[in-house]
Design a protein around this ligand. Structure first.
Ligand code: AMP
Length: 191
């Protein structure tokens, strides 16, 4: 089974939930740049203070800061046996930086989760009520989705062009239904 995985998908598609479940199943660390940045904000670190305003507005934190954060995470011992990236790379320049940083240890499989736009907005609104995230205002949600289509979605072409397969998985349905599809897609590519 591939152990160097990357999840791709718009906000609200259920990426974080599925990534956490899959990381646990296959025993690799779940590396979520969104979670790491939110933690930095909560702890009031230098990085957190620099990132907060951009995050609250639904923008992207600078590539330099995020790439440095991911490199530091990859240097830890638990990441040596593999990883499951979630929320990174967000654009082509981060993808190139990732390829350079982990040369010889490259991504083996991209799982691209999809859902209807209506469903994405519905799930983001539900999460906004549940979690009270400061970046879940309607304006920030729209900006994040727009940035996703502009900057992140093209990575679904970047990876096949670099000989990394992309498995497209339907993210509509219950958490368990989607998880079964994710596991099946993984088994199909790498039995
Ligand atoms: P997420 O939880 O992945 O939706 O990330 C929440 C916020 O953190 C995003 O809206 C961005 O402001 C920031 N962020 C997370 N990952 C990245 C990244 N790879 N590059 C730039 N900004 C990021």
């Amino acid at each position: 089974m591939g152990r160097r995985l990357l999840f791709l998908g718009p906000q609200g598609v259920g990426k974080g939930t599925q990534a956490a479940k899959l990381a646990k199943l296959i025993g690799v660390p779940h590396v979520s740049t969104g979670d790491m940045l939110r933690q930095a904000v909560a702890e009031g670190t230098d990085l957190g203070m620099r990132a907060k305003a951009v995050m609250d507005a639904g923008g992207l934190v600078s590539d330099d800061l995020v790439v440095a954060m991911v490199k530091e995470r990859f240097a830890k011992s638990d990441a040596q046996c593999g990883y499951l990236l979630d929320g990174f790379p967000r654009n082509e320049s981060q993808a190139v930086a990732l390829d350079r940083a982990i040369n010889g240890n490259a991504v083996e499989l991209v799982i691209s989760l999809t859902a209807d736009e209506d469903e994405l907005l519905r799930r983001m609104e539900a999460r906004a009520e549940e979690e009270g995230r400061t970046d879940d205002t309607p304006e920030a949600m729209q900006r994040r989705l727009a940035l996703y289509w502009e900057e992140t979605a093209p990575l679904a072409d970047y990876y096949p062009a670099h000989d990394v397969p992309v498995a497209v998985v339907d993210g509509m349905g219950t958490i368990d239904e989607v998880f079964h599809r994710v596991v099946a897609a993984l088994a199909e590519i790498d039995p």
